[in-house]
Design a protein around this ligand. Structure first.
Ligand SMILES: *[C@@H]1O[C@H](CO)[C@@H](O)[C@H](O)[C@H]1NC(C)=O
Ligand SMILES: *[C@@H]1O[C@H](CO)[C@@H](O)[C@H](O)[C@H]1NC(C)=O
Ligand SMILES: *[C@@H]1O[C@H](CO)[C@@H](O)[C@H](O)[C@H]1NC(C)=O
Ligand SMILES: *[C@@H]1O[C@H](CO)[C@@H](O)[C@H](O)[C@H]1NC(C)=O
Ligand SMILES: *[C@@H]1O[C@H](CO)[C@@H](O)[C@H](O)[C@H]1NC(C)=O
Ligand SMILES: *[C@@H]1O[C@H](CO)[C@@H](O)[C@H](O)[C@H]1NC(C)=O
Ligand SMILES: *[C@@H]1O[C@H](CO)[C@@H](O)[C@H](O)[C@H]1NC(C)=O
Length: 669
């Protein structure tokens, strides 16, 4: 789920140590789109055990590191196969985990959209070929094969780490140079062609394979249909951010408008007042003001957080200010962390209500909509003090310091880890870097401040220039040209692409919708969409696409736990009346509408599947789109604004959701 789509943020800073520059993770802009995450965020409580059924077993497939080189070394890519209710004939549902460690997600395959689809579609598609009619019992209900796929360079799908060794920018960039969109798409193609399951007939030439994904994986599903229609018969492109864009200030436009609409307009005014103070401190190079503010958040009660933030005594003044910038980003932008998943029903609401409560404890503790804002009620220094107090209360609940950095490695030790000695720790650390790298070389998508908007919610240091500078600090000269968006946008057409047998679902208040065919931004093509299901192999006609926007829905809303589960009195929704001491989930009823549209489409598309020979030729074309990213001579690409920069991550970090459960205004006090 894109994309990961992509929020607060483990920030990462580069710092010089002795003669070599070392990478140092610091805050985070991370993406996590595993099904586990979506399901946990959907209910905001740990997903239940998987019906007491055995969990899908894990497998590895050997794949070339560089599909453009027949002599390439191989690496082992991880996947899981859930065959609990398998009966012959497919289809094969392929769930793409995307930009995170997929480990643990296998327990949730039978939940949410994946489980719902698997229960619905029986194994008669092979029979429809007229080949195995007699051996297939059409009356036996059951799940089809579910495959969970881990993306290269995430989790355990790591090429040999010896070359990464210690974390210098050049070494990391060299290690990640085959971490490209095209290489990772070809991984799936090669896997699908050679996949076997006992003696069953599972080849994509003989049974339909269906790609399921949201966010970056949603885009992968759409790209896959354009690229390899003989391998994947259909795709669910949920929140599929197929338009790569450098400067993505529109992300926060959606947040701004949602705050205003839900009665939190004065809270966003408070955020802007704080940002103004931050802007002044940076303009005046008032380091003690910034450091004192950060210290109020990290200590002394939050001393564990001290390791998370950095206060460097670097002699290089510019570096000190870069560190302050990244530390502040981590500290104050955490309030937007889960917005893309739950809108105003998560951290942002807790923060806004918390401001008012701390600002005036006599007012009670539940509903602070339409409150006046603390900068109106207090003088600036008192308001800033309150602001820091609320962040201090939020931080330890949002970020479990024992969970980050990985494997109990303290932040200060991260950059001294030697991958030759500690591979498992390195896998976790590289997984954290992996999406950041993708944004630096191919994605862009940076969530910048647009200071000409009166409702802008970010400090003005959130510029493309700074994002680009950070990339260079983390990955060295290999990324000096900035992300190269053009090849992928050109090859697939961005939000103008129109492959057949794809369903494009988006959430109305998902900021990532702005980079999909359902975008309503000024720079978007604003193509017409239809909910009329096109026949298999056809598009909806002209520029029209088969898609749906989920009212009130967030990122990947049609993939979560409640989707397709039928009526459940325990579901919560985004009604404003549910605010209070518990955080409601992101489920909205129209997520089911989207899900049912896709099911309806599969009822038409799957039976139309025809057996076909698979080409043995590689579909990886190194001349069209890069096989490697590590090319200092890469041509720069310009976005509409002619600016260069970097993308932010699509989503929040893994450790976050369990903490959310306990967050409530009461829990903070
Ligand atoms: C098909 O499965 C149903 C349900 O298990 C069973 O009652 C029926 O006898 C089976 N038919 C054949 C031809 O195997
Ligand atoms: C707060 O303001 C919104 C409009 O901004 C309004 O719809 C809502 O009813 C108000 N809520 C309360 C509790 O006053
Ligand atoms: C720096 O900020 C502090 C606290 O906000 C303030 O007291 C001080 O006057 C500022 N110093 C300068 C040089 O602006
Ligand atoms: C802002 O605060 C004022 C009181 O100062 C209140 O009347 C108004 O409804 C609030 N507006 C919003 C959008 O919260
Ligand atoms: C700001 O308000 C606080 C508490 O309300 C008070 O203690 C402080 O003296 C005020 N500061 C200024 C500069 O007015
Ligand atoms: C900032 O937002 C306005 C619309 O509010 C837009 O016209 C402008 O292009 C944006 N600026 C940049 C640098 O993208
Ligand atoms: C709703 O939640 C309660 C308490 O957890 C549970 O007992 C009940 O079965 C749930 N209802 C449904 C329809 O799942």
């Amino acid at each position: 789920m894109i994309f990961l789509l992509f929020l607060v943020l483990t920030l990462i800073t580069a710092q010089a140590a002795e003669s070599e520059s070392l990478l140092r993770p610091n805050g985070v802009r991370l993406s996590v789109h595993s099904l586990t995450e979506i399901i946990n965020r959907d209910t905001l409580k740990p997903a239940q055990e998987n019906d007491g059924l055995p969990i899908a077993p894990m497998h590895y497939v050997e794949l070339p590191l560089n599909h453009g080189d027949p002599t390439s070394p191989k690496f082992r890519n991880r996947y899981w196969v859930d065959d609990t209710y398998y009966s012959p004939g497919g289809p094969i549902f392929f769930f793409d985990n995307g930009e995170s460690d997929a480990g643990g997600t296998e327990a949730y395959l039978r939940k949410g959209a994946t489980g719902s689809l698997a229960r619905e579609f029986k194994g008669y598609f092979l029979a429809s070929l007229g080949r195995l009619e007699e051996s297939v019992n059409l009356t036996v209900p059951g799940t089809r094969l579910l495959i969970l796929w881990e993306h290269r360079f995430y989790g355990a799908s790591m090429p040999d780490m010896t070359s990464a060794m210690r974390f210098t920018p050049d070494k990391i960039a060299d290690y990640l140079k085959y971490h490209t969109i095209e290489q990772a798409l070809e991984d799936v193609v090669v896997f699908a062609k050679q996949f076997t399951f006992g003696n069953e007939i599972v080849s994509p030439g003989e049974v339909p394979w269906v790609f399921l994904g949201g966010s970056y994986p949603g885009a992968r599903g759409a790209w896959m249909r354009a690229r390899n229609p003989d391998i994947f018969h259909a795709s669910l492109a949920s929140s599929a951010v197929v338009q790569l864009q450098m400067n993505f200030w529109q992300y926060y436009r959606v947040v701004e408008e949602t705050m205003a609409k839900t009665g939190y307009g004065n809270c966003s005014a408070d955020i802007r007042r704080l940002n103004k103070w931050v802007d002044n401190a940076f303009d005046n190079q008032n380091g003690s003001a910034v450091d004192q503010f950060l210290e109020k958040i990290t200590g002394p009660e939050n001393s564990d957080l001290w390791n998370f933030f950095h206060f460097d005594d670097s002699p290089d003044p510019e570096e000190i200010w870069d560190n302050r910038r990244l530390n502040l980003r981590g500290a104050i932008e955490i309030i937007f962390r889960d917005f893309q998943y739950v809108g105003m029903n998560g951290v942002l609401r807790v923060f806004c209500d918390g401001l008012q409560y701390f600002g005036d404890p006599k007012r009670g503790r539940t509903d602070f909509r339409n409150a006046s804002g603390i900068f109106e009620a207090h003088n600036a220094s008192a308001a800033i003090d309150i602001y820091a107090k609320v962040l201090a209360a939020l931080w330890p609940k949002i970020l479990d310091p024992t969970d980050y950095p990985p494997d109990g490695v303290k932040i200060d030790q991260v950059y001294s880890v030697d991958c030759a000695i500690s591979q498992s720790t390195c896998k976790e650390i590289i997984t954290l870097w992996s999406w950041v790298y993708q944004t630096c070389v191919e994605f862009g998508g940076y969530q910048t401040a647009n200071v000409s908007r009166p409702t802008n919610l970010l400090p003005k240091f959130e510029t493309l220039e700074n994002d680009l500078k950070d990339c260079k600090g983390w990955f060295g000269n290999a990324v000096a040209g900035g992300p190269n968006l053009d090849p992928i946008n050109k090859k697939y057409g961005g939000w103008n692409m129109n492959p057949s047998n794809v369903f494009w679902s988006d959430g109305e208040i998902d900021p990532w919708r702005s980079l999909t065919p359902n975008s309503i931004e000024d720079n978007a093509p604003k193509r017409p969409s239809t909910t009329k299901i096109p026949s298999s192999g056809s598009t909806a006609g002209g520029n029209t696409f088969f898609g749906f926007v989920i009212k009130g829905g967030s990122h990947c809303a049609d993939l979560g736990q409640h989707v397709g589960q039928g009526p459940d009195e325990n579901r919560t929704n985004l009604s404003p009346d549910t605010i209070g001491t518990k955080v409601p989930a992101g489920y909205v009823p129209e997520a089911d509408t989207a899900h049912n549209l896709f099911k309806g489409a599969l009822r038409i598309w799957l039976p139309a599947f025809k057996a076909h020979p698979l080409s043995s030729e590689s579909t990886f074309n190194r001349d069209t789109v890069g096989s490697e990213n590590n090319r200092p001579s890469r041509s720069n690409s310009d976005d509409e604004d002619g600016e260069k920069g970097l993308a932010t991550s699509l989503s929040a970090s893994r450790c976050f959701y369990s903490a959310l459960i306990v967050i409530g205004v009461c829990a903070m006090l």
